[in-house]
Every structure is written in structure tokens, then in C-alpha cells.
Design a protein around this ligand. Structure first.
Ligand SMILES: [Ca+2]
Ligand SMILES: [Ca+2]
Length: 205
């Protein structure tokens, strides 16, 4: 009888654990392609910035900075169908400022617990610390932050591209500031102005 009860308890525990499918931040992880290490992503609050698939490597070449995320539970099994809105990225220095839901994964996790960040972020601000982390339900996943940097037409990160940002941009002309080197070619010039101008007036949709 005792052995029977123990067996029932074990089966019940296994069943409930499988059904919950809660990702474990210590087992879940994320990665970018090696070619994208150190790349820069241009973002705009209305989502009219660059997709992560078209980030800029230092020097200005286009590189695929897709972030791939794998959610695993405490047993190391994939967590499928985990909602995209509970998977988001943030910078360690807080320089990236996202609209509500503007820095979340593109889709729920698939059968392998996998999802991606490829769509343009809806965000402003900038971060040159090359430290982007993936969070699930508020907890950072295991692993070092990604070496990615971000900048935006919304330079001051108030989620509106307006006169204040234009003034900040103008102050960098004749010098150099990563915050406004939108194509990451090492110069602040016309190529960056043509990215700023169409973003004027943008805010969170
Ligand atoms: Ca602004
Ligand atoms: Ca530039």
C-alpha cells in the first residue's frame, strides 16, 4: 500500500510539473550570430527603425543581429507557446527606453521553446555599453548580456522625436557621437540626417 501511494504521488508530481511549463531563467538562454557581435541597431518609437536582421556592424555594413531565445523549464525541457509579451529585451544601463510592448519577442515560443527578436523595436534612447539582456516575466535569462548597441532618432529617450532631439542632433555636427551615428559608419553626416528627418514626429503608436 505504501509503495502504491508513493507511485501515485510521483506520477501526480510529474504530471503537474509538465503542465505548468514555467521557463527557468537559469536554464533558458539566448544568442546572436557571431558576425553580429558589437553591431548597432537603429530604433524609432513608432517601429520605423531597422529590423534586427538589418543591423549595422562597425563601419556601416549590414549584419543580421537576430536574437534567438530558448526557453527551458527546470528539467531542461522546452517551454512551448510561452507568450511573446512576457519575453523582452532591455539594456543593462537602462539606455534603451521601450514603448509598452515595444521590445518584446516577435512570437510565442514554438514547440522547441524557441523564439526570435527580428522585428523593429518600438523604442528610443541609446546605449553604447554593448549589454543587451533578454528577460522572461521580469527575470534575466542566464548568460552574459549580448554585445549589441542601440541608438535612436529619439535621442533623449522620452519616446517622442521632436525639437529637443533635433537640437541634440545638431549639437553633434562637426564632431562625433555614437548616439546619432545611426548607420554606425563612424561619422555623423548626411547619411544620419536622412534617417532622422523621416522620424520627426514619431511616438509610440
Ligand atoms: Ca525625444
Ligand atoms: Ca553615420
Amino acid at each position: 500500500m505504501t509503495r502504491f501511494l508513493a507511485t501515485v504521488a510521483f506520477v501526480a508530481l510529474g504530471a503537474s510539473a509538465t503542465a505548468t511549463e514555467i521557463p527557468d531563467p537559469a536554464n533558458s538562454w539566448y544568442v546572436i550570430d557571431g558576425a553580429a557581435i558589437g553591431a548597432s541597431i537603429y530604433v524609432v518609437p513608432d517601429g520605423s527603425g531597422r529590423p534586427l536582421t538589418e543591423a549595422y556592424a562597425q563601419g556601416g555594413n549590414v549584419v543580421d543581429a537576430t536574437i534567438t531565445v530558448y526557453l527551458l523549464d527546470i528539467w531542461g525541457d522546452p517551454v512551448p507557446d510561452y507568450p511573446a509579451e512576457d519575453i523582452w529585451i532591455a539594456t543593462v544601463d537602462g539606455g534603451l527606453v521601450a514603448c509598452p510592448g515595444g521590445a518584446t519577442a516577435d512570437a510565442p515560443t514554438d514547440a522547441f521553446g524557441e523564439t526570435h527578436f527580428q522585428d523593429p523595436l518600438e523604442a528610443g534612447g541609446w546605449s553604447a555599453t554593448e549589454a543587451v539582456q533578454v528577460f522572461v516575466a521580469g527575470l534575466p535569462l542566464v548568460g552574459a548580456p549580448l554585445e549589441l548597441r542601440l541608438n535612436s532618432a529619439d535621442i533623449d529617450g522620452d519616446l517622442e522625436v521632436d525639437l529637443t532631439d533635433i537640437v541634440l542632433f545638431a549639437q553633434t555636427l562637426g564632431g562625433y557621437d555614437y548616439a546619432v551615428d545611426y548607420n554606425y559608419d563612424g561619422a555623423v553626416d548626411l547619411a544620419d540626417i536622412v534617417r532622422l528627418v523621416p522620424a520627426i514626429g514619431a511616438d509610440c503608436d
